[in-house]
Ligand binder design. Structure first.
Ligand SMILES: *Cc1c(COP(=O)(O)O)cnc(C)c1O
Length: 370
């Protein structure tokens, strides 16, 4: 299969030929070949990846649920199902995806408070602690792990510790990090974690997934503000009917995802993949600096997932022209998303290897026309 270009984007991203080939077969959604052999295995695999030593009869046991739609649908399913009428959500916001969670709370008329921090700074832990200490109504805290807007890695451990200290349910949007950065849900006492098929697991787009404490999933019963995004109903159907989805499932996408999980394991699991992404990112930043580009963030704040670079200051520079020139050489990059700085982004995730980054850097050197 010919690759027309490499996607250096935060998803959909470049997938392997074997992941794409896994879609060349039609599956019956009622058959055990699909439900038991594909869906249930995926659900179990996800929990194994997320939690080391998941003990089925312990109170902190975890389960997973797959949800049709892009990643946002799964975030909205959690926000709309986990937070009860008497509950209140604290949203930590330092980018477009944190802001999206706050927007969901507004749409769904959920009691909430938003703590907004600058897009290029880490959230201030003292401000978060102050909110938790002074407002006993807060029951849930939502944060984005890797804020894909900038590529910033937010303080996962510190926030998890505060949630434990003040006994709040921690909701983590790990959309762009799960599978590409190591962390353990049980060790961090995470209540709900959300990710999707087309990010670091390297599948194709079409569904998201939630890995959550089983007892919290049970507590979602009857709380959903939407029928199709009812997290409990979706989970309960998958649990009780052996992997059945409530409504038409994206069968081809799910099959591709199963293949992507196998390939993650063959690569050496999350540790090995995280190492490859880090290497991609370090090569990229070093090479871009040599070409005269500066990253938006301080090196310490970078995730290995995606990197924002300031646009060149030349009056001749236009992103669209730069983009087209790189695309003609076989690379697709991403526009910026930060509100107060002119930048563009380059993703390091997907079926991308250090050799690809080196070829990209050579292409950028040639595509510099300003
Ligand atoms: C990609 C992403 C999402 C979901 O985006 P969709 O376009 O709905 O798939 C949510 N949060 C973060 C941090 C993301 O990177």
């Amino acid at each position: 299969m010919m690759q027309h270009y490499l996607l250096l984007t935060p998803g959909p991203l470049t997938t392997s030929d074997t992941v794409k080939q896994a879609m060349l077969k039609d599956w019956c959604t009622w058959d055990d070949d699909y439900n038991l052999e594909v869906v249930q295995k995926i659900r179990q695999n996800l929990v194994t990846l997320a939690v080391s030593g998941n003990i089925p009869d312990k109170s902190n046991r975890y389960s997973s649920v797959l949800m049709q739609g892009s990643g946002t649908a799964s975030v909205e399913a959690v926000i709309g199902s986990a937070i009860g009428k008497q509950d209140k959500l604290l949203v930590i916001n330092n980018g477009a995806y944190g802001e999206r969670i706050a927007e969901m709370a507004r749409y769904l008329d959920i009691s909430h408070q938003v703590l907004t921090f600058g897009e290029t700074q880490l959230p201030d832990m003292a401000v978060i602690e102050d909110a938790l200490a002074t407002d006993p109504a807060i029951s849930h805290v939502a944060m984005v792990h890797c804020e894909t807007t900038t590529g910033m890695l937010n303080p996962l451990e510190a926030t998890a510790k505060l949630c434990q200290k003040y006994r709040k349910v921690f909701i983590l949007d790990a959309m762009s990090s799960f599978g590409g950065i190591e962390f353990d849900l049980a060790a961090l006492d995470i209540g709900f974690m959300i990710s999707s098929a087309n990010k670091c697991i390297q599948g194709v787009p079409g569904f998201g997934f939630v890995i959550a404490k089983t007892e919290l999933l049970q507590q979602c019963r009857g709380q959903a503000r939407s029928l199709s995004l009812d997290l409990y109903a979706q989970w309960h159907t998958m649990e009780s009917a052996n992997g059945k989805w409530r409504f038409t499932s994206p069968t081809h996408v799910v099959r591709a995802f199963a293949q992507a999980l196998t390939e993650l394991e063959l690569e050496g699991g999350i540790t090995a993949r995280a190492g490859r992404y880090r290497k991609n990112q370090q090569l990229l930043v070093a090479g871009m600096r040599e070409l005269g580009f500066e990253p938006l963030l301080n090196d310490k704040l970078h995730s290995p997932i995606i990197t924002s670079f300031y646009s060149p200051e030349s009056d001749n520079y236009q992103f669209s022209e730069f983009y087209q020139r790189l695309k003609a050489k076989g690379f697709v990059i991403y526009p910026g998303k930060v509100s107060d700085a002119d930048c563009f982004r380059i993703g390091n995730i997907g079926e991308i290897y250090p050799g690809d980054i080196e070829r990209l850097l050579a292409a950028i050197a040639l595509a510099k026309y300003w």
